[in-house]
Structure formats: structure tokens, C-alpha cells
Design a protein around this ligand. Structure first.
Ligand code: URA
Length: 451
């Protein structure tokens, strides 16, 4: 079939034969199909979706486009990973990987960089002086065996087709598509060779999926697709109406993750981290329920075991492990300016998206692909949805490179924080997610509302 014919058929809503879709994808990899044709097909998929057979064909083409690791070892602890669909202030991976290692699992974690208004684990880790995320696959697996966890960038040897498709999606408005997101994530995790996966599907203002319906549909697709490819997966749908925790920005988030690793992080960060950990096989022990496992995990935070794992991981990846005990050694911004509440009243929303964009204005994220990020800048929030505030109180502290950067970020913050004269409706999305950050568990058996 001609490439243009296949694009037209998808555009018109037909299901493509799996073999034809595969031939198109193979042609793209060999250079016979151009970026503009691939982009047109992606846009057709964005509007028309993919059938199960098409989704399988796309996912397998991505897996088979590169190397496939196998981290199963007889008698060794389970190799597990976590993936989030993205958010603002989301430093869960920095806490979760060492915590799971402390609980006896192996965590070969491959993460991404910040994208648009959302932050990326690699950018956060690289704010630790000396920390390297670009290590070889061989060094990566050795560190996992020695320290229980390693955190690196996506290897170009694994799922290179996803890398090329993602770069096109990023500039053609085709990122927020359930089948495209699901195939991208699942292919990478299958190629990593892990044995179990927990997915954090974020929902709300700062997430790809703004509404619960979309987040649940994405979670179901991810869990089913992973299962079909032989990877046991569970998803939690978690709130991203307001940023997670208080800190947004690379070194600021590492500092907050370290606080959490010492057992005194913000409640919402701890809630999401423990809930995700307790979904992985091997964490909940025989005769124990998830609540019991969470208590045990909390003890690993409070007694310093998880923090020591983080220090071991940092050291093996070339970084300065002393930041775990002395976070003051992390980079700090030269300018700090308070953002003050413009009126007295109640906080109705702290929009994650605008806060994320304020951090990008400061240089914590990228405006163009490949741009360097500033590790030191960001925002520390002092207020949450539902708080009662007085005019002029410090609602946030902006950490900036210059006064003018700080002013631009403050304009964004003014748009992110909504203060009204009346108490907010407890049923509003901001308040519902604030009360309970983890709302649904999605397994191959179905969807379960939590709490
Ligand atoms: N994360 C991914 O890895 N891929 C997507 O498509 C979206 C989020």
C-alpha cells in the first residue's frame, strides 16, 4: 500500500491491517517514509485512535526497533520500575527508587527530561553536583545489582523508534493521545526487561489528562497493553490539580525529596510515594495488607535506610552523596523574592500548569529542545487549595537568577493562584484532589475507587 493511501485510510477512520501499519513503521525507520508522512499519520491517529490490533502492532514495532534487556535473575530480587505520565513538583521517583531498594527490590529506573510545563527526573538528578545520568547499559545494570537502584536516561539503544516518534509528536501537537502515550510508555518498559511496573497516571490541571474519564481510560489502556506484552502492571490515578509537595524546580525538588527520604516530607508526596510502592509485587508480605506494607515503608524512611540508599546511588553515579545529609550543598539561586497574596480570602486553586510555566520562565524547564536548564531556580509554595489567607502573606518564594526573571514568574503565579472571598466548594476538583491525592487503582481486574 502507498504511504499516502495508508494515511488517508486512517484519516477516514478505517482500521489498518497490522501488517500494513508495521510496513509503514519499518519504512519510517529505514528512511523510505519521511517525517512529514509520519507526522500526518500521527495526527490521523490522534483523531481516530487505534484498535487493539493496531496498538499491538505499533508497540511491538517500537520494542523491536532496538535492544531488549532481560533483568530477570533466578533467586535475585524482583526488578521493578515506576512511570508517571507527568506533573509539576512530581519528585516521587527520587524517593520511590531508593525506598524500594531499601525494601529489597531492584529498581532499574529509566526516566525522562522535563517537557513543556512538567518537570523531568533527569533534570532534577543532574542538579546534584557531579551526578551523571548518561551511563552505559552495562554500568547501569551493575549499579542496580550493587546499590539496588540506578536512575538513568532512556538509552538510545532501547526503543529508538519511540524516541523518533516522540520528537515528532512533541512538535506536531500529537502528544496527548491515549494510544500514542500508552505504546510509548509500555514499549520502553518492556524493553527495559523489568518484571513489574507501577504507573502513576496523573489527572488535573497540570497533567496530560485533565479529566478523570481520560485518566482512567489511559490507565486501563496502559495496564492492559503492559499485561498483553507480559509485564505485570498496576496504575494509580493521582491528582495533579495543584503541584505535588511545595517545591517546583530542580534542586528545590531534590531538597524536598531528601526531606521525604528522612521521613519529614510533605504529606501529599509521602502519600503518593507509599501508595505506589505498595502496589508492587514483593512489597506487601504474606499475611500483610497494603496498610501494613505502607507502615513498614514509612519506617524505612524514618530510620534513614532509604536515605542511605539514595546516597549510595548518588555516589555510584558520580554525584556528591553528602547532599543527602547536607542539602545546603545543592545549587542555590542568587535572587529570592516573596510572592504575596493579593487579597484576603480562601485559596480556591493553585493551578499546577501555570506554576509549572512560571518555573519554565525562571529557567527550570526548557523553551526549546536541547536547552540547558538552571538547576537552582524555582518556586516554593507556601499555600494550598483550601487555605484561608490574609492579604500580603507570603504565598510563595521565587528563587531566580535575576529580578526580571522573578517578575515574569510572579506574573504567572498571579494567574495560577485563585483567591476568593468565600470558602471553596469541597466538591471542586482542586479541593477533592487536595483531600485525597490517590483516588483510583486500575488493575487487569478493573477499576477500584480508593477511600
Ligand atoms: N511519557 C512517555 O514516555 N511517552 C509519552 O508519550 C508521554 C509521556
Amino acid at each position: 500500500m502507498l504511504a499516502s493511501e495508508l494515511i488517508e485510510r486512517k484519516r477516514d477512520g478505517e482500521e489498518l491491517p497490522a501488517a500494513d501499519l508495521r510496513a509503514f513503521l519499518d519504512g519510517f525507520q529505514s528512511g523510505d517514509i519521511d517525517d512529514y508522512q509520519m507526522s500526518a499519520l500521527l495526527m490521523a491517529v490522534y483523531f481516530r485512535g487505534l484498535s487493539t490490533a493496531e496498538l499491538t502492532a505499533l508497540t511491538r514495532a517500537m520494542i523491536e526497533s532496538g535492544r531488549r534487556l532481560d533483568l530477570r535473575r533466578p533467586g535475585a530480587p524482583l526488578a521493578v520500575d515506576k512511570h508517571s505520565t507527568g506533573g509539576v513538583g512530581d519528585k516521587v521517583s527520587l524517593v520511590l527508587a531508593p525506598l524500594l531498594a531499601a525494601a529489597g527490590l531492584r529498581v532499574p529506573m529509566m526516566s525522562g527530561r522535563g517537557l513543556g510545563h512538567t518537570g523531568g527526573t533527569l533534570d532534577k538528578l543532574e542538579s546534584i553536583p557531579g551526578f551523571r545520568t548518561d551511563i552505559s547499559l552495562e554500568a547501569f545494570t551493575r549499579i542496580v545489582d550493587e546499590a539496588g537502584c540506578a536512575m538513568v536516561g532512556q538509552s538510545p539503544d532501547l526503543t529508538p523508534l519511540d524516541g523518533r516518534l516522540y520528537a515528532l509528536r512533541d512538535v506536531t501537537g500529537t502528544v496527548p493521545s491515549i494510544p500514542l502515550i500508552a505504546s510509548s510508555i509500555v514499549s520502553k518498559k518492556v524493553a527495559e526487561g523489568i518484571e513489574a511496573l507501577v504507573l502513576d497516571v496523573t489527572c488535573g490541571d497540570g497533567a496530560f489528562m485533565r479529566e478523570e474519564e481520560g485518566a482512567l481510560a489511559l490507565a486501563r489502556t496502559l495496564v492492559e497493553l503492559a499485561g498483553q506484552e507480559g509485564l505485570a502492571a498496576t496504575a494509580l490515578v493521582t491528582g495533579m490539580e495543584a503541584p505535588l509537595g511545595r517545591a517546583v524546580g530542580n534542586a528545590l525538588e531534590v531538597r524536598e525529596a531528601i526531606e521525604c527520604l528522612h521521613g519529614h516530607g510533605p504529606a501529599d508526596l509521602e502519600e503518593v510515594t507509599l501508595a505506589l510502592a505498595a502496589e508492587l509485587p514483593g512489597v506487601v508480605r504474606e499475611g500483610e495488607d497494603r496498610g501494613g506494607a505502607r507502615g513498614r515503608l514509612l519506617a524505612l524512611l524514618r530510620d534513614g535506610t532509604a536515605a542511605r540508599r539514595f546516597a549510595a546511588l548518588i555516589e555510584r553515579q558520580g554525584g556528591d552523596p553528602s547532599v543527602v545529609e547536607e542539602p545546603g550543598r545543592l545549587p542555590a539561586a542568587p535572587v529570592r523574592v516573596p510572592w504575596r497574596a493579593p487579597a484576603s480570602g480562601w485559596v480556591h486553586a493553585v493551578g499546577a500548569r501555570e506554576v509549572g510555566l512560571a518555573a519554565v520562565e525562571l529557567g527550570a524547564g526548557r523553551r526549546r529542545m536541547g536547552q540547558a536548564v538552571d538547576p537552582a531556580v524555582g518556586i516554593e509554595l507556601r499555600i494550598r487549595p483550601g487555605d484561608e489567607v490574609e492579604e500580603g502573606i507570603e504565598g510563595a518564594l521565587v528563587h531566580a537568577r535575576s529580578e526580571s526573571d522573578a517578575r515574569r514568574a510572579m506574573d504567572r503565579l498571579a494567574g495560577a493562584v485563585r483567591i476568593g472571598p468565600a470558602r471553596p466548594d469541597p466538591g471542586s476538583p482542586a479541593l477533592r484532589w487536595e483531600r485525597q491525592r490517590v483516588r483510583y487503582r486500575v488493575t487487569p481486574e478493573g477499576v477500584e475507587a480508593i477511600g
